[in-house]
Write a protein that binds this ligand. Structure first.
Ligand code: GAR
Length: 186
């Protein structure tokens, strides 16, 4: 399975994928491209493993540019902290071949503007007792595609957005790897 990973940030989920493949937790898969919508640390992580990297320019033509950059034989696109919204055409073309990791228990706290720390702040403002992470297929409805895996974490009384982000990150690493395994084995 040839995997392309889309990133925008520090790339800890990307690192986890690379580590899981190296450790043979995921068998028969390879990260063949890492594509970012901005200059970010995730690109450095990819370069450490000689994985080809690319940057697409954010804006109207981004999805088309991305589509041109993707190897035609890519089997799976993983959005691992990719913060741009992809066009309907792009989502239809890659239907069932593109997944996303989201830092909440979808359908709660999904959609436009719900990313990264915004999610954790909103969860705490609403006095939720639990949060979590979700891996789902990507469709044209933002964060609305079919859920592949989801896992929750308890929120403690003294939780801060930062501590919640840390908790959620650690379960993201678990479910993202399990989801990729599930897809490579299916
Ligand atoms: C992750 O928490 C991921 O769930 C979130 O960005 C972070 C990226 O971390 N994605 C979204 O909010 C997408 N809506 P990473 O760069 O360390 O993998």
């Amino acid at each position: 399975m040839k995997i392309a990973v889309l990133v925008s940030g520090s790339g800890t989920n990307l690192q986890r994928i690379i580590d899981a493949i190296e450790a043979k937790e995921i068998v028969g898969a390879e990260v063949v491209q890492v594509i970012a919508d901005r200059n970010c640390y995730a690109l450095e992580r990819a370069l450490n493993y000689d994985i080809p990297t690319f940057i697409v320019e954010r804006g109207k033509e981004m999805s088309e540019e991305l589509d041109e950059l993707l190897d035609s034989d890519v089997d799976l696109i993983v959005m691992a902290g990719f913060l741009s919204i992809l066009s309907n055409e792009f989502c239809s073309k890659w239907e069932n071949k593109i997944i996303n990791i989201h830092p909440s228990l979808l359908p709660k706290y999904g959609g436009m503007g719900m990313w990264g720390m915004n999610v954790h702040k909103a969860v705490l403002e609403n006095n939720e007792k639990e949060s979590g992470a979700t891996v789902h297929y990507v469709t044209s409805g933002v964060d609305e595609g079919e859920i592949i895996l989801q896992k929750s974490v308890e929120i403690s009384e003294d939780e801060t957005p930062e501590s919640l982000a840390e908790k959620v990150h650690s379960i993201e690493y678990e479910i993202l790897i399990d989801a990729i395994k599930k897809l490579t084995e299916s």
